[in-house]
Design a protein around this ligand. Sequence first.
Ligand code: F6P
Length: 407
Amino acid sequence: MNIAIAQSGGPTCAINASLVGVFKQGLLTEEIDAIFGSINGIEGIINDELLNLKSMIKTNEDMELLRQTPSTMLGSCRYKLPDFESDPAVYEKILHTLTVHRIEIFVYIGGNDSMDTVVKLSAYLKNISSDIKVIGVPKTIDNDLPVTDHTPGFGSAAKYVAATVQEIIRDSSVYSIPSVTVIEIMGRHAGWLTASTCVLRANGEEAPHLIYLPEAEFSSEQFLEDVRKEMAKHKAVIVAVSEGISVSDGSSEEFQSGKVDNFGHKYLSGVGKYLERLVADRIGCKVRSIELNVMQRCSSHICSKTDIDEAERIGRHALSAALDGNTGQMMYFRRVSDIPYAVTIEMTEASNTANLEKMFPKEWISPEQNQVTDAAVSYFLPLIQGEVNILMKNGLPVHFQRPLQMR
Ligand code: F6P
């Protein structure tokens, strides 16, 4: 039999490690012949654009390099499969590609939107009595997938964000004049990544002095009051803010483009700038905003070894689960303990996660709605542990890339 792998959604440092996990398990499985990579997620299956991965990933060194290369080696998509009833033609194209290439297992690495594809495609295949199996492998820097303790890609993003915030703390505290620095962090509707900056506490940092999450209440007036209070205590105030907070007076239209992706999600960006202007106008001190933007998704030079190792492991388990006859499932992590840190890998119906979001727990948010508790520190810390020995060339990290003729 042959199998196919695809990657979908926003990039992370760990999606290629999951691909390597599936690939390695495929190499170990005698009955598997070709291992195909689908270009740009499910779009590659629809359009019959497949790569023979064995002819591209040839050596152990290739696998090691790909494992530590960020983003999606196969490209990605934000494609929403239509309902079968409204557009059967798309499903027929998918079936055609899978049948022509004798693909019996399709592994989809992605977030909550991508699990929608796992649900719809596996249901369609069951419905037509096909034996083709579809399995989901979670990933997202947002950490917002239900059921799983955390998502591959999150730990590396959290490690980069915390390390960067620490550097910003050093930078912003050199002058004698008071200042405010607002750092805007990704995460869409869930504040996990912004909240994870609290890990700096474990190393004795007091900042970020204020942390604002979409799950907490926010008002611009309260924000200004919080900043004033912190300015009375600290010369350089550091604020971590999630891109997804809703500013109570509805002014998000002023700083957002209003554009949405195929799943109807708004492109979020600009709340840091908005808060910067607010501080400048109403407090009048030195103020700067920094949007970490896409840097936090692919910063493999400071990725978490725990994250990369787990991403590979969950990829291996996904293929085994499909070989055992499972379909329509998503693999997930169940945390067994914080110290020593241990997880098991299990599976759940992909419908338990598709299009759903797991929010940062309200009980980990301070009563003032502007900080997180130490319980969050214990949750986050294990996920950022360990360093990957990144291969360097000319002083820069080396990345695995598809040969030019295959891009
Ligand atoms: O994949 C999740 C995410 O990185 C969110 O944190 C962010 O809001 C969104 O994707 C950005 O979307 P795009 O990949 O289209 O820039």
